[in-house]
Design a protein around this ligand. Structure first.
Ligand SMILES: [Zn+2]
Length: 170
């Protein structure tokens, strides 16, 4: 199997009956499968406003040839367009991997209320894993950050992608 083959992990079928963090992370997880199927690093994100998903995105750095086209950045732009304001202080972001410093910075600049991520990134995580941009002492916006929802599933998928990638570098 090559990494360019379709993602071997099945999508989740989130139940509308329980709109909890697991529900929204399942949607983000499904976006990460879309990323894999587009031969992108499998990270997915959704933005939630009034318990509704207003933006969904996956990594597109290769497709767009744009280093800033991370799932979170795309979801933030979509959400701002949807709301018609750059301030997203009533929004919650769900993402399958801890945001990098660029994306973590964007979550603070856009004043997102809550950030939930599945997998901690000790190398490049900007919200506690490698550094803690949400805890800058002089910053006047400090989002609430939650780690660990669907960690096992997201970690398994993420690691599988890179194992295949090492076997078949492109
Ligand atoms: Zn990022």
């Amino acid at each position: 199997m090559k990494v360019s083959d379709p993602c071997p992990f099945p999508k989740e079928f989130p139940s509308q009956l329980m709109k909890d963090s697991n529900f929204f992370m399942q949607h983000a997880y499904n976006q990460s499968i879309n990323a894999w199927n587009a031969d992108e690093v499998p990270v997915g994100a959704v933005m939630v406003h009034n318990e509704e998903i207003i933006a969904s995105a996956h990594n597109q750095t290769r497709t767009q040839k744009d280093p800033s086209a991370h799932a979170e950045m795309i979801a933030i732009s979509q959400a701002a367009r949807h709301i018609g304001d750059w301030r997203l202080n009533e929004c919650k972001l769900y993402v399958t991997k801890e945001p990098c410093p660029m994306c973590a910075g964007a979550t603070i600049i856009s004043r997102i209320k809550e950030i939930h991520f599945a997998l901690v990134d000790p190398k490049m995580g900007g919200l506690g894993g490698a550094t803690s941009l949400h805890e800058l002492p002089q910053s006047n916006h400090k989002p609430n950050v939650y780690a660990g929802t669907m960690e096992k599933e997201c970690k398994t998928l993420f690691q599988a992608f890179f194992q295949l990638k090492r076997k078949s570098p492109s």
